[in-house]
Design a protein around this ligand. Structure first.
Ligand code: AP5
Length: 241
């Protein structure tokens, strides 16, 4: 870790101001559920900044493990390439570990987890041990027919996770990240063929999770087919109520 003396004063000041602003925010524990391409990853950074939460995206964590060829990544790769779900034990383990990070102190946004009822039950157990519970589940409701164009047009800056779309959110220069100027990539599972399997997994294994939380009265459904800024407005309304 760099010595504090080597960190520029503006960086320290802006971090102090951020922490001061965050100390006035209420704790929040949120789950974002929706099919591939419904906008979970697009809205998460906005919610994260507004409420000072940590953003835990199991898909991003698994892709990082695959690209660095860790034992977890080697086990997860085949299922991910085919658009199937990775085993519950693997993802529960990574979430359990990730939630202990200091950045999760004021709560978290779970993006892509839980994806099965078994994962939801495990999460409840983990949170019960900490004496806390999920506050809200945001259901990104959208028609399947809209998703192919969103998924096949998506481009990603791998190291920051910034997401672009050739039509809906194009970078300033095609194929290049706006901030770093580094090249953008497409995800291996972002093809029309793999999307079919991902949607099948969503409808059969993840939709029951929405019912699981509906019974607890904490699900808010969003119109995820709207423009990104309109979806952000809906999210803000739900979270401030
Ligand atoms: P994961 O990475 O979680 O993928 P996903 O759920 O399929 O979600 P996406 O990242 O594809 O969609 P998104 O909703 O974030 O869309 P985005 O905002 O980027 O999972 C990948 C794989 O990992 C799984 O298949 C599985 O194998 C494994 N896995 C992960 N978690 C697991 C778990 N818990 N259990 C087991 N296995 C697990 O938007 C998409 C595009 O649309 C972007 O280009 C964006 O710019 C654009 N866009 C966004 N919003 C709008 C809008 N409102 N209007 C127009 N365009 C928009």
């Amino acid at each position: 870790m760099a010595s504090l003396e080597d960190v520029p004063s503006e960086t320290i000041m802006s971090e102090l101001l951020r922490r001061l602003r965050c100390s006035t925010k209420p704790d929040k524990r949120l789950i974002l559920i929706g099919p591939p391409g419904s906008g979970k990853g697009t809205q998460s950074p906005i919610i994260k900044d507004e409420y000072c939460l940590c953003h835990l995206a199991t898909g991003d964590m698994l892709r990082a493990a695959v690209s660095s060829k860790t034992p977890l990544g080697i086990k997860a790769k085949e299922a991910m390439d085919q658009g199937a779900l990775v085993s519950d034990d693997l993802v529960v383990g990574i979430i359990d570990e990730a939630m202990k990070k200091p950045s999760c102190q004021k709560g978290f946004i779970l993006d892509g987890f839980p994806r099965t009822v078994a994962q939801a039950e495990k999460l409840d157990e983990m949170l019960k041990k900490q004496g806390v519970k999920v506050d809200k589940v945001l259901n990104f409701a959208i028609d399947d027919a809209i998703l192919e164009e969103r998924i096949t047009g998506r481009w990603i800056h791998p190291s920051s996770g910034r997401t672009y779309h050739t039509k809906f959110a194009p970078p300033k220069v095609p194929g290049v990240d706006d901030v770093t100027g580094e090249p953008l990539i497409q995800r291996k599972d972002d093809t029309a063929a793999v999307l079919k399997s991902r949607l099948q997994a969503f409808h059969s294994q993840t939709e029951p999770v929405i019912n699981y939380y509906s019974k607890k009265g904490i699900v808010a459904s969003l119109h995820a087919e709207k423009q990104p800024k309109d979806v952000t407005e809906e999210v803000q309304k739900v979270l401030s109520s």
